[in-house]
Design a protein around this ligand. Structure first.
Ligand SMILES: [Zn+2]
Length: 61
């Protein structure tokens, strides 16, 4: 018995992107591009309480 697995790299890429986008919707740990302090990055507007900067992150990676 042999098992054949066809890997479609495009599908895998899509899967990884979906996962990353889902993580971004919930919020991921990151650093502020302006002051370098840690903050939670979310899709849409992210506000840094350290330097009072508002950033916009798009959901598409
Ligand atoms: Zn900041």
């Amino acid at each position: 018995m042999s098992i054949k697995i066809n890997f479609d790299s495009k599908d895998i890429e899509k899967m990884i992107r979906n996962q990353a986008n889902k993580a971004l919707e919930k919020g991921v740990d990151g650093t502020c591009p302006n002051c370098g302090k840690p903050l939670t990055i979310k899709t849409g507007k992210t506000y840094c309480s350290h330097c009072k900067t508002t950033m916009n992150f798009t959901s598409n990676i």
